[in-house]
Design a protein around this ligand. Structure first.
Ligand code: IMP
Length: 424
C-alpha cells in the first residue's frame, strides 16, 4: 500500500494545489484522476505563483513523475500552453509527464457547446468554467467520445470526428441557430497537436499498477470537490465527474486496496464558484471580508467566489462518502482578524432541524444555517509552524472541528507558501 489521495471536501478551491505540492516531497508519482482544465490549482513557492489547470501539481517538483489519468478529459490546447508556462520557470516535463491513452479528448466543439448550453439556460445557468467539461463527459457516457488512443489511428479519428460533427451540426443549426461546423476544420485543428502528444502517451493503468506493486509512492490529486460531485453534489449544480473516492479508482484503474491515506481538504470557511445552493453563504459584510482576506477569486475564471462560514453538515457528509483517514485544514490564517468565528452545525428546513445534506435541490435551497459562535484569536498565525505555536482560541477551534468531525486534522495551512504548513 503506497497510495495517498487528496480530495477536496467542499465546493472546490479548498487549497488542494498547495497540499499536493507540500506533501509531494517524498512522492514519486502524482496522478490527476478526474476533471479537466476546469481546475485551478494555485501553488506559491518562494514567492512565485503557479496556477495549473490540467497538469498535476507534482510537476513543480523536478523528480516527480506526473500522470493525467484515464478519468480526465484532456484538453490539448491547455496542456501545451501549460508546458510553455512552466518552461519560463525552468520546469521541463519531458520524460516525466504522461497522458493516459484512455483519457477522453476535449475538442473546440465541446467548449462551444458548453457556452451555448449555458447561454440557453438563461436564469438557471450552472455557471460552468466554459472549458467544455460537461459536453466532453457527455460524449464519453454517450459512447461517442474520442479517446487519446484514437488520435493515432487516422481513419478511426476522421470517422469519429465526422460522426460527431454530423450530430452536433443538427443541434447547432436546429436548437441554437448557429452555423454548422466542418469536420475537416476540426481534424486540421487536432492535427496540430497529434505528433506532439504522442511522446507523452502511455497505458497509464499498467504503469500505475506496476508502480504500486513496486512499492513506489503515489499521490492521487483530485480536482473540484465532494459537493460538486455529479453523484453526491448539489445536482445539477455540479461538475460532470466524480471528485469523490470512487472517481479516483475509476479514473486511474488502481484497486481499492492500494489506498493508504485518504486526505480530505477543508478550508476553515466555505466558498463556492458558480450557481447553486450554499446554505452557510454570507452575502453581507462577513462574506466580503472572507473574500478579501482569502483572495477568493476563481483561479480559472477570475470570478469572485461566494463565501460563508464553515459548514459541519456538509463536511460530515463528505467524510461519510470518502472515509477520510486525515483532514487538512487550510486558510486558517484568513480567520485571524475575526472577533468571532462561526460554524454551521445544522440546517433548519420546513420547521425541522436536520444534520444531513439533503438530496433534493429544492430542500437544500430552502435550508437555513444554524450557527454556533466561537471566540476568534485576532492575532497572526502565518508564522506558526507547530500546533503549539497557534493562539489558544485557534487551537480550540481546530480541536473542536477535529472532535466534531471525528477525523484527525493532520495538516493545518496558515499561508500560501509551501512552508506555511503545520504537520501534526
Ligand atoms: P464545469 O466543471 O466547468 O462544468 O462547471 C460546473 C460547476 O463546477 C460550476 O459551478 C463551476 O464553477 C464549478 N467548478 C468547476 N471546476 C471548479 C474548480 O476547480 N473549483 C471550484 N469550482 C469549480
Amino acid at each position: 500500500m503506497s497510495v495517498k489521495i487528496i480530495i477536496g471536501a467542499q465546493w472546490g478551491d479548498e487549497g488542494k494545489g498547495k497540499l499536493v505540492d507540500a506533501l509531494s516531497e517524498n512522492v514519486e508519482i502524482v496522478v490527476r484522476y478526474q476533471g479537466g482544465a476546469n481546475a485551478g490549482h494555485t501553488v506559491y513557492i518562494d514567492g512565485k505563483k503557479y496556477i495549473l489547470h490540467l497538469i498535476p501539481g507534482g510537476i513543480l517538483r523536478k523528480n516527480v513523475q506526473c500522470v493525467i489519468g484515464n478519468g480526465v478529459v484532456f484538453d490539448p490546447e491547455t496542456f501545451f500552453d501549460e508546458l510553455e508556462f512552466l518552461k519560463q520557470f525552468n520546469i521541463f516535463a519531458d520524460g516525466r509527464l504522461f497522458i493516459s491513452n484512455r483519457a477522453h479528448v476535449i475538442f473546440p466543439y465541446h467548449k462551444l457547446l458548453d457556452k451555448l448550453k449555458e447561454d440557453a439556460l438563461k436564469n438557471n445557468k450552472i455557471g460552468t468554467t466554459g472549458r467544455g467539461i460537461g459536453p466532453a463527459y457527455s460524449d464519453k457516457i454517450n459512447r461517442n467520445g474520442i479517446r487519446v488512443v484514437d488520435l493515432f489511428d487516422r481513419s478511426v479519428l476522421s470517422g469519429k470526428i465526422q460522426a460527431n460533427i454530423d450530430l452536433i451540426n443538427s443541434e447547432l443549426q436546429l436548437k441554437y441557430k448557429e452555423q454548422p461546423l466542418r469536420a475537416d476544420d476540426v481534424l486540421k485543428e487536432i492535427n496540430r497537436y497529434i505528433d506532439k502528444i504522442e511522446p507523452f502517451v502511455i497505458d497509464s493503468t499498467r504503469f500505475l499498477h506496476d508502480a504500486w506493486k513496486a512499492g513506489r509512492q503515489i499521490m492521487l490529486e483530485g480536482a473540484q470537490g465532494v459537493l460538486l460531485d455529479v453523484d453526491f453534489g448539489s445536482y445539477p449544480f455540479v461538475t460532470s465527474s466524480n471528485p469523490t473516492i470512487g472517481g479516483a479508482l475509476t479514473g486511474t484503474g488502481l484497486p481499492a486496496q492500494s489506498l493508504e491515506e485518504i486526505i480530505g481538504v477543508i478550508k476553515a470557511y466555505t466558498t463556492r464558484v458558480g450557481s447553486g445552493p450554499f446554505p452557510s453563504e454570507n452575502t453581507g459584510e462577513i462574506g466580503d471580508l472572507l473574500r478579501k482576506s482569502g483572495g477568493e477569486y476563481g483561479a480559472t475564471t477570475g470570478r469572485p467566489r461566494r463565501c460563508g462560514w464553515f459548514d459541519l453538515v456538509a463536511a460530515k457528509y463528505a467524510i461519510r462518502l470518502n472515509g477520510f483517514t486525515a483532514l487538512a485544514l487550510t486558510k486558517l490564517d484568513v480567520l485571524d482578524s475575526f472577533e468571532t468565528v462561526q460554524v454551521c452545525t445544522h440546517y433548519r428546513v420546513n420547521g425541522e432541524t436536520i444534520d444531513n445534506f439533503p438530496a433534493s435541490l429544492q430542500t437544500l435551497s430552502a435550508c437555513e444555517p444554524v450557527f454556533e459562535t466561537h471566540e476568534g484569536w485576532q492575532s497572526p498565525t502565518d508564522k506558526c509552524r507547530k500546533f503549539e505555536d497557534l493562539p489558544v482560541q485557534a487551537k480550540r477551534f481546530v480541536t473542536y472541528l477535529e472532535q466534531t468531525l471525528e477525523v484527525p486534522i493532520k495538516y493545518i495551512s496558515v499561508g500560501v507558501d509551501r512552508k506555511q504548513l503545520i504537520i501534526r
